[in-house]
Design a binder for this molecule. Structure first.
Ligand code: 5AD
Ligand code: SF4
Length: 480
C-alpha cells in the first residue's frame, strides 16, 4: 500500500533529539468534539496491553477515553467492534507476538465488516513496525503513538466514520497533559505517573526513543491525584517513571524524588511503592526517606543489567559493579528487612564467558529476592544495535539458563526464611483457582495465598506463613 501524505510517521532520529525547553503542563488539552461524542454507543472495545507499568497506566487512560465515548469493554476480541493493541517494544519477541496476534485476528473481520483494528503504544513509535503494518497488515485501520493518546477521539472518528486508514505518530514528546480521563483497573491499588520519558539512553534500550525526553508532573498535580485516590478508598499507590530518581530535575524541584516521596508518605496512605530506580542517581536523601516511613514499602527494584564493569560501560549504565554493590549494601543496611529485585541482560555484544561469570558472582553476593532475566535483543535505532551481535544464540540461551539457576535458588532461599513468620498482606481478592483462598502481597511484595473468612478485597490482614515456594507462599489468616 502507498503511504498517505496525511499520515504522520514515526522517526527515531527525531525521537532521539532532546530540547532544552521545559515541557508545558496542559490542563485542558484533552477534549471531545461534539460530533465524536457518541461514536461508541452500541459498540464494544477489546483492549490488550503488553509490557511495563507505564503501558498498563496508558491502558487505563485509553479505556477512560473510550468509555467517555460510550464504548463498552469486552473480554474477548470476538465480541469487539474495536480491537486495540497497546504494545511494548523492549524486545523483539514481544513485538513478534503482537504481530502474530494481529495477523490471526484478521479473520474476525469476515463476521464483522465494520470491525476496527488499532495499534498503539511503544511499537507504534518505531519506523520499521509502522512500515510493516502499512505493507503487510492492511486490515489495521488505526495507528497512534505514546505522545498523542489525547487525540484518540478524533483519530477514531476518522478511522470509523470517514473510513480512512489513520496513522498519526508524533516522534517528539509534547506537553504533560493533565486532564485525561482514567478508568482504573484496580480497586485498591493504583498506578500514579510522576514523570514520563527517559534521558539515560542506555545503549541497548529503545525507551528513550519511544517515550521521549524526561518530563515531570508538577508535585501539586501528583498530590491532588493521590488525595483523590485516598478519598476513593485506595490503599496502595505505585509512583511510576522510567527512572523515578530523576523526578523533578527538569522542573528544578528542590529535593527531587526524595521530596516527593516524603510528601506522599506524609499523606498517611497505607502503602507506597515506586518503579523504577536507576542505580546511578539513587540519592542518600531518597534512602533516608525510604527508611524513615513505615508506609513506604521495603521493596526495591534496582536493575543491575550486568555484574561486569566493562559491559556496564558499553551498556552506558554510568556505574561500575563495585558502585552498584556499595549502593546495594547501603540500602540493605538502612532499609530494614528490605527485599530486592533486579533486571539482568545476558549476551550483550562482546560479553565474554568471564564477564558473564561476574554477573553470576554479583547475583550470589546480592542474593536478590527476585530477578527478571533477559537475552539481549538488538533494537533498531539504538547504539548497541550497531555493534556486532557476536554471541551465538545457543551461548546466550545457556547463559540465561545458568543465570536463572542462580536467581531461582536465591528466590527460594529468601522465601524459605518467611516460614513461620507473620506478615501483613494487602488482599487482592479470592484466588483464581479456589474461591476460599485469598491472595495478596506482603510489604516486601511477596505473593501470598491464604485461607480465611470474611475478608474483603483491599483489607490488610496478618497472615502466618506455613509453606514457601519459589514464586509464592501459602499461609493462614491470623485471627485478630
Ligand atoms: N534486550 C534485552 N533486554 C532489554 N531490556 C531493555 N532493553 C533490552 C534489550 N534491548 C531489559 C532491561 C530493562 C528491562 C525493563 O528490560 O533489563 O531493565
Ligand atoms: Fe531504558 Fe536505561 Fe532508560 Fe531504563 S534507564 S528506560 S534501561 S534507557
Amino acid at each position: 500500500m502507498k503511504k498517505d501524505q496525511h499520515w504522520s510517521m514515526p522517526d527515531l532520529k527525531e525521537a532521539q533529539k532532546r530540547s532544552k525547553q521545559q515541557a508545558a503542563i496542559e490542563k485542558s488539552l484533552f477534549n471531545i468534539p461534539p460530533e465524536v461524542k457518541n461514536i461508541g454507543v452500541g459498540r464494544k472495545y477489546y483492549l490488550r496491553t503488553y509490557g511495563c507499568q507505564a503501558n498498563e497506566r496508558d491502558g487505563e487512560t485509553i479505556a477512560g477515553i473510550l468509555e467517555q465515548l460510550s464504548f463498552e469493554p469486552v473480554n474477548t476480541p470476538e465480541e469487539a467492534d474495536l480491537i486495540l493493541m497497546n504494545t511494548c517494544a523492549i524486545r523483539k519477541n514481544a513485538e513478534d507476538k503482537v504481530l502474530g496476534e494481529l495477523g490471526s485476528l484478521k479473520r474476525l473481520r469476515r463476521k464483522n465488516p465494520d470491525l476496527i483494528y488499532g495499534l498503539c503504544g511503544c511499537m507504534a513509535q518505531e519506523e520499521d513496525v509502522v512500515n510493516t503494518i502499512i505493507e503487510k497488515y492492511d486490515h489495521v485501520d488505526l495507528v497512534f503513538g505514546t505522545h498523542n493518546i489525547h487525540r484518540l477521539p478524533i483519530l477514531l472518528y476518522q478511522a470509523m466514520m470517514a473510513k480512512e486508514r489513520t496513522i498519526e505518530v508524533f516522534s517528539k514528546e509534547g506537553e504533560v497533559i493533565e486532564n485525561l480521563p482514567v478508568k482504573r483497573f484496580g480497586t485498591h491499588k493504583a498506578w500514579v505517573n510522576i514523570m514520563y520519558g527517559c534521558d539515560k539512553f542506555c545503549t541497548y534500550c529503545i525507551v528513550p526513543y519511544t517515550r521521549g525526553k524526561e518530563r515531570s508532573r508538577l508535585p501539586e498535580d501528583i498530590m491532588d491525584e493521590i488525595h483523590t485516590l485516598i478519598a476513593e478508598g485506595y490503599k496502595e499507590v505505585t509512583l511510576l517513571g522510567q527512572n523515578v530518581n530523576s523526578y523533578g530535575k527538569d522542573l528544578h524541584i528542590e529535593g527531587g524524588f526524595a521530596y516527593l516521596l516524603e510528601e506522599v508518605a506524609k499523606t498517611g496512605i497505607e502503602r507506597i511503592r515506586f518503579m523504577t530506580s536507576h542505580p546511578w542517581d539513587f540519592s542518600d536523601e531518597m534512602i533516608d526517606v525510604i527508611a524513615k516511613y513505615d508506609n513506604i514499602m521495603p521493596f526495591i527494584h534496582l536493575p543491575v543489567q550486568s555484574g561486569n564493569s566493562e559491559i556496564l560501560k558499553i551498556m552506558g549504565r554510568r556505574y561500575t559493579a563495585e558502585e552498584y554493590m556499595t549502593l546495594f549494601n547501603k540500602l540493605k543496611a538502612k532499609v530494614k528487612n528490605a527485599a530486592f529485585s533486579t533486571d539482568i541482560i545476558v549476551g550483550f555484544p562482546n560479553e565474554t564467558d568471564e564477564q558473564f561469570q561476574d554477573t553470576l558472582k554479583l547475583v550470589d553476593e546480592c542474593q536478590f529476592d527476585n530477578a527478571f532475566t533477559f537475552i539481549y535483543s538488538p533494537r533498531v535505532g539504538t547504539p548497541a544495535a550497531k555493534m556486532e551481535d557476536n554471541i551465538p544464540m545457543e551461548v546466550k540461551e545457556a547463559r540465561l539458563q545458568e543465570l536463572m539457576k542462580h536467581t531461582d535458588h536465591w528466590s527460594h532461599i529468601k522465601n524459605e526464611a518467611y516460614k513461620g513468620k507473620i506478615v501483613k498482606v494487602l488482599v487482592d481478592g479470592p484466588s483464581k483457582k479456589n474461591p476460599n483462598v485469598f491472595s495478596g502481597h506482603s510489604e516486601t511484595n511477596k505473593l501470598i495465598n491464604f485461607k480465611g473468612e470474611n475478608i474483603q478485597c483491599g483489607d490488610i490482614v496478618d497472615v502466618l506463613i506455613t509453606e514457601t515456594k519459589s514464586w509464592s507462599m501459602d499461609g493462614e489468616l491470623v485471627k485478630q
